[in-house]
Write a protein that binds this ligand. Structure first.
Ligand code: MF3
Ligand code: CO
Ligand code: CO
Length: 284
């Protein structure tokens, strides 16, 4: 398969999917507290998607070749879990950090894919710094998106920012094109070399979702042996944030924004003013 470029109707479909995906995370936020289990979060999200929004949880039953079907309506990756953690009956406790990754499918078949980090109670300074730097690393990539830029420029910016802070970038998982399919071309690496790989063109929609480790970049299968959970090999903390992005005629549109989205880092406005004044800085 190849990259799909969305037309005006596709872009409208993706805008709705993106907003709804973000609104699921808004809805979950007040529940993500010490004592809640990730299964309870999964149930809340499942019911909100299917009964309130009329969306379908894209992860439920999702099974690309070589994988067992994913059994839950979202992913919850706690502490040294890197990604694809399967919700379970263990309560979250003070000091944990957890990534919640939600993908909805709208009634018209469009996918919105996004994730955020949550601090459970008061997290350590190191954990807070990892979550903040990972959020900023994602935005270092997003703010450079415009026609003519290449995916290698995006990956390089993310990697340079994360490594400058002493963190490492997971290589085995990447962002991806998204549309009427959950995962489509292109692959969006979170590392790379400027001027390489696919050139961005209007109508492309893809995710940027860096996984950043406090320690070394190496990963392994989680001890659950459930076919999905991935952890850091050195057991260091790992964080991830994800947005779905549209390449517009002049820059980018973040599709997965809603009222509860965290504030955009201050450096984004500065970069955009310097480098792409045509870009409208959207906030929800
Ligand atoms: N939402 C994840 C992503 O960002 C994919 C999860 S697939 C699952 O691409 F099956 F693990 F849920
Ligand atoms: Co994704
Ligand atoms: Co996701």
């Amino acid at each position: 398969m190849s990259i799909t470029y969305k037309d005006a109707a596709g872009i409208e479909g993706m805008r709705l999917a993106g907003r709804l995906a973000s609104e699921v995370l808004d809805y979950l936020t007040p529940f993500v507290k010490p004592g809640v289990t990730t299964n309870e979060i999964d149930r809340l999200a499942h019911d909100y998607m299917t009964q309130v929004q009329g969306t379908i949880p894209a992860t439920l039953g999702y099974g690309p070749p070589g994988y067992v079907p994913y059994p839950k309506s979202l992913c919850t990756s706690v502490n040294h879990q890197v990604c694809h953690g399967i919700p379970n009956d263990k309560p979250l406790k003070k000091g944990d950090i957890v990534n919640i990754d939600v993908t909805v499918i709208t009634k018209d078949g469009w996918h919105g894919d996004n994730s955020r980090m949550y601090l459970i109670g008061e997290a350590s300074i190191a954990a807070k710094r990892l979550c903040k730097v990972t959020y900023e690393a994602m935005w270092q990539g997003i703010m450079r998106v415009k026609p003519g830029v290449r995916l290698g420029d995006i990956g390089f910016a993310i990697q340079a920012y994360a490594e400058k802070q002493g963190f490492s970038v997971v290589r085995e998982f990447c962002g991806h094109g998204v549309g009427q399919k959950f995962h489509e071309e292109p692959q969006v690496l979170h590392y790379g070399r400027p001027g390489t790989l696919e050139e961005l063109k209007p109508g492309m929609t893809f995710t940027i979702e860096p996984m950043i480790n406090a320690g070394k970049r190496d990963i392994k299968d989680g001890p659950e042996k459930d076919g999905w959970s991935i952890v850091t090999r050195d057991h260091s903390l790992s964080a991830q944030w994800e947005h779905t992005i549209l390449v517009s005629e002049t820059g980018y549109e973040v599709l997965t924004l809603s009222v509860g989205s965290p504030a955009i880092p201050a450096f984004v406005a500065e970069f955009v003013a310097q480098n792409n004044p045509a870009q409208v800085l959207v906030s929800a």
